[in-house]
Design a protein around this ligand. Structure first.
Ligand SMILES: [Zn+2]
Length: 343
């Protein structure tokens, strides 16, 4: 790996962070892809490992078939494969249109499998847990630290770039996708659990390997690797989003609507069982202590303690607001509207 490689969300860079902690050399491209995404892009042909067999790419299967030669995958021979894997790992910058397109098709195919099938998600999560499980406690703590700094540095880097710069990096990515990947990674790191580190690294691995095709996954999954609806967020820069996760108490709540007849102005309620939007159900009134979902019959409590920023906070029981602060925001809004009327 190039030592002077700029910090970036590239698969090669993300992988290097792992190998720097376990003090092992970074595997070569084919091996690297196979190591972290087993059975998803590279398939191993049977063999005795004694012959140099060229790898072959099968367009119909979106798969590179490779053979072992001693203890690595033999990658020589087909120049096209070196270009494809180079693009996936994030090192090949040359402009081979056909290989660029092929790499994108592979990325699309893998991302579709992750979104549409349950098995790859389970396997990837277990596999990543196995890989990180090779580290001892001290290494995991170091790894956590490195990933944490990576998120902050990457957020600052992207926030500091203008649109032209973002469009002209070697491997451009949609702002929305990269923001969501950094945010989800950081969210998981702040759990300070083994599972959190696994989920965090899985976000970086898939985000960096699949690039823009990872947008399909960020739209499907919340921060953790359990299928859920994506949360809405109303933040500005990605650095702001991370800061909010760290210091939500420093952020003041505000309310800009005029629905002040409600007990909880501006709050949308969703059924905890079936996720139906309760506000729009006939007869819904947030002054009630509970509401029986008209779709599934589940009884949802309507109370301040039930207000979460997103599904992940709900799952993890993280409340980022105080009732006092919430009421203050509503009072401020009432006062604003009153002052406006008086003018
Ligand atoms: Zn329901």
């Amino acid at each position: 790996m190039e030592k002077d490689m700029d910090i970036d969300l590239r698969f090669g860079y993300v992988a290097e962070m792992y190998y720097s902690v376990v003090s092992l050399p970074v595997p070569k491209q084919l091996d690297l892809i196979h190591t972290w995404f087993p059975g998803m892009i590279v398939e191993i042909r049977e063999g005795d490992g004694q012959r140099k067999e060229e790898p072959v790419y099968d367009d119909q299967k979106y798969t590179i078939f490779a053979s072992r030669y001693h203890d690595y995958l033999y990658a020589q021979g087909d120049k096209r494969i070196a270009q494809i894997t180079g693009r996936l790992v994030g090192t090949a910058r040359s402009n081979h249109e056909k290989e660029r397109k092929t790499a994108e098709l592979i990325q699309k195919h893998v991302s579709r499998r992750i979104v549409n099938e349950m098995d790859p998600v389970i396997q990837l999560t277990e596999h990543t847990a196995f890989m990180i499980g090779q580290m001892n406690d001290e290494q995991i703590s170091t790894f956590h630290h490195i990933l944490y700094d990576f998120c902050i540095d990457l957020a600052e880097k992207y926030d500091g770039m203008d649109e032209w710069e973002k469009d002209n990096v070697p491997f451009p990515m949609d702002n929305e996708t990269i923001d969501q990947i950094i945010y989800n990674t950081f969210y998981e790191l702040l759990k300070y659990t083994f599972e959190g580190v696994v989920n965090a690294y899985l976000w970086l691995l898939t985000g960096s390997l699949l690039r823009n095709e990872a947008g399909r996954i960020t739209r499907m999954f919340n921060s953790s690797w359990v299928p859920r609806n994506k949360a809405h967020s109303e933040f500005g820069t990605i650095t702001d989003k991370l800061k909010y996760l760290l210091f939500s108490e420093e952020y003041e709540s505000y309310y800009t609507g005029d629905d002040l007849e409600k007990r909880f102005p501006g709050i949308e309620w969703y059924c905890d069982a079936c996720e139906a939007h309760l506000n729009e159900q006939e007869g819904f009134d947030d002054h009630l202590d509970a509401w029986q979902c008209r779709k599934c019959g589940y009884i949802n409590r309507i109370a301040f303690e039930e207000i979460f920023d997103n599904d992940d906070d709900f799952q993890n029981g993280i409340l980022r607001h105080s009732e006092e602060e919430f009421q203050k925001a509503v009072e401020n809004r009432k006062k604003d509207l009153h002052d406006k009327e008086a003018e």
